[in-house]
Design a protein. Structure first.
Length: 439
């Protein structure tokens, strides 16, 4: 059995956290592939190492001294080495980096050094083999991962070493240059490693015990989700739940590899299991039927009304074309017999709304108006399709609590009901839904 274990920055912020990771790895010999992030914050006032590396690059660009920042970065790793009683020659490692610190240095290279150094320390600490991600994850020049080449790299190296620590967040282009993922990309690195090795489980270790049913900034101590499908996770992530990097699920989903979200600080907690599908619902899932509740503020409605507009697809087509022309993303299209609306993030519309309205009037021959200050809330659950009266119960609970519903929509596979409310009612609506259905 092969388990790929990825540890986030909060799990690797200092020597104490390193010791927790070692304990987790030592407890299970199947955890043979370890992927690490750069050190995260040790406290609310602290800085992530990756943020500091980006700041160094900014100082170089504007000819401002970066010495004090770089010294902070150096000290972070020196402290971890000392606390874990390691011997890695960090002076030499930092000398190599310093020699490249000029205006020509690649931002991707500099940003990747946070993971690179942390992986070297962790490999020594665990007694595992360090393998550079640049030798494993292959990018094409268009920025996409060459999965065939990457899988070949992983399988070849695993025939030589079967206990490996790899830095997350980056790989290399065909010419050998470092290429990073977007921020949070170490999650993707771990998923790619799991898929390439046909792992039995991909464990993503962080600072929460799985995925929470609702934002803990809105509801105190919400329950965690024991099991969630990839389809549910996509809906929750799309509507604002800060779960994983959005590209994480694709490599492991394609091979139906279970993804387990775990807490480094509570290693005995089973966390959340994510996979394509599950068998029969557990008693708790059948009783609760809602997997999670999430949402986003600040949407606008572009409202178009005209008699029998539902019979004239040309109007809808033209409005969609106008949105594309002005780079207006479409989140939803609620419709009726004589009207439809385009739901879009207000920030994307705000500075071009008059141009959009004029274009709709000119090209479609209809007037349009815009309502702002709307929040979209998603109620997600694979069990909802098998329960009668769910929508009525949701609307009833909100109505009793005097939350006005502006939009109602359900996705085709019936795992997601989306409602629009006024921004002022956003947090209240989520609390009402959680208290009514999630407990």
């Amino acid at each position: 059995m092969i388990k790929v274990a990825k540890f986030g920055g909060s799990s690797l912020s200092n020597g104490e956290q390193f010791a927790k990771v070692k304990n987790i790895i030592d407890r299970d010999p199947d955890r043979r592939m370890v992927v690490v992030s750069a050190p995260g914050r040790r406290s609310a006032e602290d800085n992530k190492v990756t943020d500091l590396l980006y700041l160094v690059k900014a100082h170089i660009k504007y000819d401002v001294s970066y010495d004090s920042i770089f010294e902070i970065i150096e000290q972070r790793y020196m402290d971890i080495r000392s606390e874990c009683h390691l011997t890695l020659d960090l002076d030499r490692e930092f000398e190599i980096i310093r020699d490249k610190l000029d205006k020509q240095i690649s931002m991707d290279y500099l940003a990747s050094r946070g993971e690179f150094l942390n992986a070297k320390l962790m490999a020594e600490y665990l007694g595992y083999q360090f393998v550079d991600a640049a030798d494993l994850i292959s990018f094409q020049y268009n920025g996409e991962v060459d999965m065939d080449k990457t899988e070949e790299n992983f399988k070849e190296i695993f025939e030589v070493y079967n206990r490996i620590v790899m830095p997350g967040f980056y790989g290399s282009l065909p010419n050998g240059e470092i290429k990073v993922f977007s921020r949070g990309g170490s999650d993707v690195s771990g998923a790619i490693a799991a898929a390439s090795l046909d792992a039995d489980v991909y464990e993503n270790w962080t600072d929460v015990s799985g995925i929470l049913m609702v934002d803990p900034h809105i509801v105190d101590n919400p329950k965690s989700i024991a099991r969630v499908t990839y389809a549910e996770l996509r809906e929750l992530s799309y509507m604002g739940a800060a779960v994983l990097h959005e590209d994480t699920v694709f490599p492991v989903r394609a091979k139906d590899i279970p993804l387990n979200i775990r807490n480094t600080n509570e290693p005995d907690n089973p966390g959340t299991i994510i996979r394509e599908s599950f068998g029969a619902a557990s008693p708790e899932e059948s009783h609760r039927f809602i997997t999670g509740i999430t949402g986003k503020r600040d949407f606008s409605l572009i409202k178009i009304a005209k008699g029998n507009i539902g019979d004239n697809l040309n109007t809808l087509r033209k409005v969609i074309d106008i949105c594309e022309q002005y780079d207006i993303p479409i989140s939803q299209i609620p419709s009726g017999v004589d009207s439809f609306s385009i739901v879009t993030p207000t920030a994307k519309l705000e500075h071009r709304k008059y141009d959009v309205l004029s274009a709709i009037k000119r090209e479609c021959g209809v007037d349009a108006e815009i309502d702002q200050g709307i929040s979209i809330i998603a109620i997600v659950g694979r069990q909802m399709a098998y329960k009668t009266g769910i929508s009525g119960k949701i609307f009833g609970a909100l109505g009793v609590n005097k939350v006005n519903i502006r939009i109602i929509e359900q996705c085709a596979d019936e795992i997601n009901i989306m409602i629009g409310v006024f921004n002022d009612d956003f947090e209240k609506a989520i609390r009402v839904l959680y208290e009514s259905f999630a407990k």
